[in-house]
Each structure stands twice: as C-alpha cells, then as structure tokens.
Design a protein around this ligand. Structure first.
Ligand SMILES: [Zn+2]
Length: 416
C-alpha cells in the first residue's frame, strides 16, 4: 500500500491558464485594510482573514498555515500573480505563481506548473520517491524492492514462439482476457464479448504474457505503486487492420497497429484501482489539452514500468517501444539502477530501442503517449521465421556493463 502524498507537486492537476501578466511574485502588497483582499497564497485561519466579505477561501486541508485562494476560478479570472489550477480533489482555485521555490512562503514549493503549493516532508512522498526541494520526485538512487535477491520467478510463460513462421505470425484474440499480471479489458468501443481491437500475432501475445507475468512475480513484494496488473489497449483487428477500421474510424495512423505487431499498453501507476490507460501526468498547456505530459509524471509507477520495459528489451523481439517525453529519461535511469541490482539482465540497459521525444521532432512519439506506451515487434524477413531464435534471457554475470547511450533514437516508422 502506498502512503498518501500530501498536497504538493503531485496534487496540482494542471494549469488552466497562462495568460496573466508576468509580474514578479510578491509585487502586490497585501491590502488588509479597507476591505480589499489579502494577496493570494497568504497565511490565514478563516475565510474572512483573506477577504472581509468571505469571498476568498482560506484553504486549510493540507495547506500548512492556511492559503488564501479564490475558488471556482476560470481561465483568466484570477488576480494578478496567480493562476487558476485544478486541485487533486477536482476543485479549482487561484494559486500564487512562482518561478522557483524561493518565490513561495516557507513550507511551500514551486511546482512544475509554476504554482506555490505545499512542499513535501521527509516521509510524505511515498516509497520510490524523495522530497527534493519541496517536491516529490522519483528517487533514482534506490528502488523500492524489499528484499534481495529477487525471487526466481522461473514459471513465467516462455516468450519464444517455436511453432514456425505461419503459426507464430497468425493473429489470435488476446485471450484469456485476464491472465497472470495482465488484463485485456474492453476499450475504445469494445465490449467484453466483442474485443475486436485486441488481436495480436501469436508471438506478440506470448511476449506480452511473459513480460507481464514476470514483472508481476518479481515485483510482488514491492511497497510502492498500486500493485495492479498491466492493462492492454489497442492491438490490431482480426484481419490485421488498424483498430477501428471495422467501424470506419481507424484509431491510429496508417502503417501502425497493423498485422498484430503493435500494442498500446497502460503505464503502471501509483494510485487507483487499476492501470487502465489514463494520463499519468499534467497535460494542459496555455489552457489547452496538450496531448503530452507537460510536467514530470505524478502517477507513474516508475519502477514497475522500468521493469517491464527492461524485460521486453531483453528478449530480442522488440523493434521499438515509445513513451512520453517526460517518461523516457526517468525510465533510462531507473532501468540502469535495476540492472545494477540484478533485477534486470544487463542487456536490458542498453535500451537503444526506447523512443521518446522531449520536444517535438516529428517522429511520432511526442503526442498521445501520456496514457500508454506503445510496443512494436520486429518484423522478421519475409523468407521466414528463424528456427533458432536466440535472445535468451540470462542472469547477468556482470553488472559493470551499463552503458547509457544517447536515447534519441530515430523511429523510422510511424509511432503511435
Ligand atoms: Zn500505439
């Protein structure tokens, strides 16, 4: 079970607006006399401390020393030097703007979205995260495994298809819908009895079942994360076409999600009762949906996520896996740590097949990967499926070989 994180960087869902003039924080003097409001973000005990008529709320829940904030705001409706934010519980409030934590009151820190919000404490961030400069950030110096060495988990199903090119390349419905470490839940118009977007090649299916089962087993005792199974999204249709084609609404660009080589999968998450595809980060910019993470992820179980990516990379079957631009670098560092500890074989950590774009380079990864990662398998040469598939997962004999190469790989084929 994870500890509840106090309201802090993680609690601000997203910025509604960036339209306010960029005056220096603190340049507006509190105007306690004459009925004017106290400045947004000031300390308070009751609402009337903020404004004599009580129209400004004194936020107390998780806000150390109180926090004067007009609530139910809209884009552009906040006083200068503040902006409208959605709080973790869904309420909207004007919060003080900042450029760094030095702009904020004691006990408060500047979030990625530029708001003064309560800072974390020693114990408030949850396992796998550390309170750094008032904010909960992934603690990349240690992972949250409770014991070492890892469990063997050698009963995970084999990922190697040995049934010949035709059979291994045949598309099947991803069944059973629920298996060790995963769920193939109905999504994007599917129903439980009509999972028409969930067909994959036999070898793709075997690989995903292997990785999900292995990660579930190896991370069983980990204290962080919601501990729920991997949730599978779009694959291909039964005839190999792009999901949605049947309804005359293909849901992916031409050339992807065809013939059962590709799969969208929800990220492992910290909170919630499942890992279904949902944004794991703030994703609004200038009041508009950005379709990518605009801040460091606040609902990503970085360690399980890194485990499954590393597990897949260790198999030789992955062509590329795409993640959001705010996820890629975190995963790279976390995978290195997991390799060092022996949780992943060292070959996982070269990870030249991880793709992400921190800025939009037009490679197809920048947008739409805020709620899932996309895996794509190698296409074997037309002459046939190798009979002697290698790429055996080995226990690392040396942990010294942990080169981190430049991650900016080119995705030659369309992403998403
Ligand atoms: Zn995809």
């Amino acid at each position: 079970m994870i500890k509840t994180r106090v309201i802090g960087a993680a609690s601000i869902a997203f910025v509604l607006s960036c339209s306010q003039a960029s005056q220096t924080i603190g340049s507006v003097e509190p105007q306690a006399e004459g009925g004017a409001s106290r400045v947004v973000g000031s300390a308070c005990v009751v609402d009337t401390d903020c404004n004599p008529d009580g129209s400004v709320k004194c936020l107390n829940d998780g806000f150390l020393g109180g926090y004067c904030a007009p609530i139910d705001c809209r884009t552009g409706s906040c006083p200068s030097n503040s902006e409208c934010y959605i709080l973790a519980g869904g309420a909207r409030a004007c919060l003080a703007k900042c450029e760094s934590s030095a702009d904020c009151r004691q006990g408060y820190a500047c979030t990625d979205n530029g708001a003064c919000a309560p800072s974390c404490g020693e114990t408030s961030c949850g396992d796998g995260f550390a309170c750094t400069e008032g904010r909960c950030v992934a603690d990349l110096t240690k992972h949250p495994a409770p014991r070492f060495p890892e469990p063997a988990c050698d009963d995970a199903p084999d990922w190697r298809c040995r049934d010949g090119a035709n059979e291994c390349g045949t598309l099947y419905p991803f069944e059973p819908a629920d298996g060790p470490g995963y769920t193939n839940y109905p999504l994007n118009g599917e129903t439980a009895t009509d999972q028409y977007r969930s067909f994959a090649r036999k070898d793709t299916m075997m690989l995903v079942k292997y990785a999900a089962a292995l990660v579930a087993c190896k991370t069983k005792g980990w204290r962080m994360g919601n501990g729920k199974v991997l949730a599978l999204g779009d694959m291909s249709e039964a005839n190999g076409s792009i999901p949605g084609t049947r309804e005359k609404d293909p849901g992916h660009p031409e050339g992807t999600h065809m013939n059962g080589y590709d799969m969208d999968i929800g990220y492992y998450q910290l909170k919630g009762n499942d890992n279904q595809l949902r944004p794991i980060c703030a994703h609004v910019e200038n009041g508009k949906e950005a379709y990518h993470c605009t801040a460091a992820p606040n609902n990503l179980d970085l360690w399980r996520q890194s485990m499954i990516l590393g597990t897949m990379f260790s198999t030789d079957r992955i062509r590329v896996i795409g993640v959001d631009g705010k996820v890629g670098a975190l995963v790279m560092v976390a995978m290195t740590s997991l390799c060092k500890e022996g949780f992943l074989p060292s070959e996982s950590c070269t990870a030249e097949k991880l793709a992400y774009e921190e800025t939009d380079r037009g490679e197809g990864w920048y947008l739409f990967h805020l709620h899932h990662f996309h895996i794509s398998l190698n296409k074997y040469p037309a002459r046939g499926y190798p009979t002697d598939m290698l790429g055996v997962v080995t226990t690392p004999s040396s942990h010294g070989d942990l080169r981190l190469r430049d991650r900016r790989m080119r995705a030659n084929e369309t992403a998403n």
